[in-house]
Design a protein around this ligand. Sequence first.
Ligand code: E4P
Length: 223
Amino acid sequence: MRFFIDTANLKDIEEAQNLGVLDGVTTNPSLMAKEGIVGEENILKHYVDICNIVDGDVSAEVISTDYTDMVSEGEILAALHPQIVVKLPMIADGVKACKYFSDKKIKTNVTLVFSVGQALLAAKAGATYVSPFLGRLDDISTDGLHLIEEIKQVYGNYGFETEILAASIRHTMHVVNCAKIGADVMTGPLSAIEGLLSHPLTASGLKKFLADYQKGDNQNIKV
Ligand code: E4P
């Protein structure tokens, strides 16, 4: 399972990258705004800054909603850096634009996916990634994990190569459950990644190991 971080915060991206487990980044206009990144020039520069921190794919979302503008905007984004993946919303023009970019061998991420039918369309259009929004479905009392299971089944039935990018991950159990189901990638906040580290028995076990080391004949050995 690949780990993407879902943020535009450079410090969080660096922290996940330094942990050695980061495979990519996803962003969206809300995440950019949250970091105070506004205006086209600043946003484009920020994508390049992100690409320079992380080794893997970086999703950059278009804000246009009609085909022609999506294509021009996506081409500008894709030209920024080889790691850029053009992120397109699941609307008819987004599907058309996805097909355009996949024919040109430019990576795409179809976002705002909430149903198996939408995921099927994204795969038919040749999307590199499909992003079902787990947390937002859970927010409205609908089982987000079940959607990911269903997409996996449908993609498996036909051998679609589109990768399932479990998005809108909110916490560690989302990550663990997506891993059990076999989602190809998950994208979540730093807290969901770092939360996987914690276990009280690890903390108490390490404390005791270090205390016992100090009690033994090892005090003079430099470590
Ligand atoms: C996906 O790419 C989106 O950026 C993101 O996962 C949305 O998450 P949210 O529902 O927590 O805003």
